[in-house]
Design a protein around this ligand. Structure first.
Ligand code: MRU
Length: 350
């Protein structure tokens, strides 16, 4: 079985969610009980290992897991990696048991690699912050949730803020609440509080006045998919922050593992952006119902019955608005297709 921390219940409750088969994991992924690009990859790989260990059809499980959410490239990558290990071992030894072991080993390896990548991104990201903001005392704005909850280690963008905090150079973490599912309020604030960081939560639409007041030194966000041209797909609301950051001459920094760079997606327009159910906007979700599938989520209505909602889960920031992309292997700035391709060349392990 696969045991997950149910992120839909945070911060009120720390509840484990037990998945005994791949279809339960698919549901956990769709409902955002498990979420965030790197963790989706790790969970997907473990899901394949689970299907293999339980003697289910591994290819069918891999298909449904890989398609559970379309935007975060890490999900399909993690699934395919464990599936590849399973198939490879099955071909070599003919043993279903050994093949299941190979799938599990691949999932564990991915998990460990992500932890290592996270630590290296944190170091590189902090070095970049210090270079861009030599005065220290960084006031950083972040969006969505990018910490240990989404990673084998301490995360992506949040890990950089955490490194700055530990080095005594984080003056404040501004946390966007991240409507409609409140990953910032529920999850990033939870992680910031546990880490003892100085943090302040704001409604997403308060960011403009915060920039105008000169209170933001840098924006740090993660990514769900980075296209070959450097376009960055991330939680909806990231693009408006990039526009604000450019207007106010504030660095907009994306922190993501190399596995999130997808050279097979040529540009931002080619990224499939997940569209979520309208009730996530027309209702304030009860925590356990956040993201549940269906016509209504069982939350408290905040709009007249029958109201239509526009609810893309992600948006795409063009490369010209991104100051730098920080990965475990290096930092790209300015962000160009050539520089990204060079960084990816040879170092891709998945
Ligand atoms: O819909 P979610 O909560 O899975 O979206 C997550 C994000 O957008 C994160 O910013 C992204 O996955 C980067 S996580 C390191």
């Amino acid at each position: 079985m696969l045991v997950l921390l149910d992120q839909t219940r945070l911060p009120a409750e720390e509840v484990e969610l037990v998945c005994t088969d791949a279809s339960a994991l698919v549901e956990a992924i769709r409902s955002l009980a498990v979420r965030g690009a790197p963790l989706l990859g790790i969970a997907g790989a473990y899901g394949v290992a689970l299907a293999a260990a339980r003697g289910f059809d591994v290819d069918a499980a891999a298909e449904s897991l890989a398609g559970a959410r379309p935007t975060a490239v890490n999900l399909a990558l993690g699934v395919r990696r464990a599936q590849g290990a399973y198939r490879g071992e099955l071909t070599r030894s003919g043993s279903v048991q050994a093949a299941a072991g190979a799938a599990l080993a691949a999932a564990r390896e991915l998990h460990a690699e992500d932890a290592e990548a996270s630590a290296r991104m944190a170091g590189r990201g902090l070095a970049l912050l210090d270079e861009l903001l030599p005065g220290g005392g960084h006031r950083v704005l972040t969006h969505c949730n990018t910490g240990a909850l989404v990673s084998g280690g301490e995360g992506t963008a949040f890990a950089v803020a955490l490194a700055a905090h530990r080095a005594g150079r984080l003056r404040r973490l501004w946390v966007d609440e991240t409507r409609p599912l409140l990953q910032g309020a529920r999850l990033t604030a939870y992680e910031a509080a546990r880490s003892g960081m100085a943090y302040t939560l704001l409604a997403d639409n308060a960011a403009g006045s915060l920039f105008a007041a000169g209170e933001v030194d840098a924006v740090l966000i993660g990514a769900d998919r980075i296209a070959a041209d450097g376009s960055v797909a991330n939680k909806v609301g990231s693009y408006p922050l990039a526009v604000l950051a450019r207007y106010h001459h504030v660095p907009f920094i994306v922190v993501a593992p190399l596995t999130t760079v997808d050279l097979a997606t040529p540009d931002g327009a080619s990224v499939e952006v997940e569209q979520r159910p309208g009730f996530e906007v027309t209702e304030i979700a009860a925590p356990s119902a956040a993201g549940a599938a269906g016509e209504a989520g069982g939350g408290v209505p905040v709009a007249p019955l029958g109201t239509q909602a526009y609810n893309p889960a992600f948006d795409v920031t063009p490369p010209e608005l991104v100051t730098a992309i920080v990965t475990e292997e290096g930092t790209v700035s300015p962000v160009t297709a050539e520089a990204l391709a060079e960084l990816c060349g040879g170092s891709r392990r998945m």
